[in-house]
Design a protein around this ligand. Structure first.
Ligand code: NAD
Ligand code: 89V
Length: 343
């Protein structure tokens, strides 16, 4: 198999995980990196032995010599860089949040479609081992037809020390973390017809909301609650686990803290350990996220080889991104939002 050559733009906090994962992925490797901050460029270039280094993305694309680009910058530059990839006809991965607004996100999908290049959003949470285990239990018909769900992420973990920009934006938890939880809700219970949300800011040292409660009406008739908080101090800190409750016509599923999967149906209850692997470069408690980074990047390569659509393609991610915008809109206006009308 020919090894695909990748270029990574944005050598910040999270890109370290992406670079480690590219080392492990079968069929691809990173040959060039780019960051406008020379210090970050040096740190990542030296750590991963990458000689081709660029301070400017235009210069990177002008030199070429790679088969795809992995955009790991923060949201402000996503549209600019995805459209640059499209102009250069280079397949692109873009970190979440995909864009600043839904109309930007639609334009980015359109640009890649017109250029005929694959576009995947690095929406990795659905690739976590415990989330995949829930999906598999549903696919195996363990609980019949699910009619209710809860997708919950409640924590007091200090995310601001690693990602200081999270304290500075007008928007925080829905845009940064809830976006993953909403994507998981879609992945497990299907697309969403309408949504109602309430938000709060509890931590006075940050600008945006750190608590959100969101009610989803799924197209298949199921109802779910997505509840996320970074203001919840617990006896055992669950970061970064998403806990799931599903009730179905023939039973229930509970994804419990500590990565336990409990399935109850007419045959009784089975409890399975669905802990993520601790990859050689990973560290607790991030290993759950880190393993999913490896999984989504391997998926990128596998689907490119098959010529098949990615699970979190740009087009798919519009449906998650719409939920983020709908949640802010609903919380601001105190109204239920018709999500279908936004797409
Ligand atoms: P960061 O600020 O630490 O790193 C971003 C880097 O991009 C910086 O080094 C910056 O200099 C560089 N950069 C910005 N614009 C650029 C441009 N136009 N050209 C070249 N370089 C540019 O941010 P981070 O915490 O690493 O987050 C990056 C992205 O990853 C964010 O969108 C964040 O939401 C996302 N993220 C995802 C996960 C996940 O699990 N999927 C986890 C954490 C962060
Ligand atoms: O996944 C993320 O985007 C991260 C974190 C899990 C810390 O919220 O910002």
């Amino acid at each position: 198999m020919t090894e695909l050559k990748g270029a990574l733009i944005g050598c910040g906090f999270f890109a370290i995980n992406q670079m480690h994962a590219w080392n492990d992925v079968r069929g691809a490797g990173i040959v060039a990196i780019c960051d406008r901050d020379p210090e970050r460029l040096k740190i990542v270039g030296d750590q991963f032995g990458i000689d081709r280094r660029y301070g400017d993305a235009e210069a990177l694309f002008a030199d070429g010599g790679f088969d795809f680009v992995d955009i790991a910058t923060t949201v402000q530059s996503h549209r600019f860089l995805v459209e640059m990839a499209a102009r250069n006809k280079v397949p692109a991965i873009c970190q979440k949040p995909f864009a600043k607004t839904l109309s930007d996100a639609k334009a980015m999908v359109e640009a890649c479609r017109n250029a005929g290049i694959p576009l995947m959003v690095h929406e990795n949470f659905r690739w976590q081992t415990p989330i995949q285990a829930v999906r598999k239990a549903l696919d195996a018909d363990a609980i019949g037809t699910p009619f209710w769900g809860r997708f919950s992420f409640r924590s007091a973990y200090d995310v601001f020390s690693g990602q200081p920009y999270l304290a500075e934006g007008e928007r925080f938890i829905i845009e940064d973390l809830g976006i993953h939880t909403l994507d998981i809700a879609r992945y497990i219970l299907g697309d969403v017809r309408s949504l109602t949300a309430r938000t709060k800011r509890v931590n006075p040292r940050i600008k945006g909301e750190d608590v959100a409660t969101i009610l989803l009406d799924h197209e298949n008739g199921a109802t779910s609650v997505v509840d996320v908080s970074y203001a919840t101090r617990l006896s055992r800190e669950p970061f970064p686990e998403t806990l799931i409750e599903l009730d179905g016509s023939e039973g229930t599923i509970r994804l419990t803290q500590g990565y336990g999967l409990e399935v109850t149906n007419a045959r009784g209850t089975t409890t399975t350990d669905v802990s993520p692997k601790l990859l050689s470069w990973a560290s607790r408690p991030w290993h759950n996220i880190q393993e999913s980074v490896y999984a989504i990047q391997q998926h990128w390569v596998d689907q490119l080889e098959r010529g098949a659509e990615h699970s979190t393609s740009g087009a798919d991610n519009l449906k998650t991104f719409a939920l983020v915008e709908a949640a802010y809109d609903s919380a601001a206006r105190g109204q239920t939002i018709d999500v279908g009308a936004m797409l």
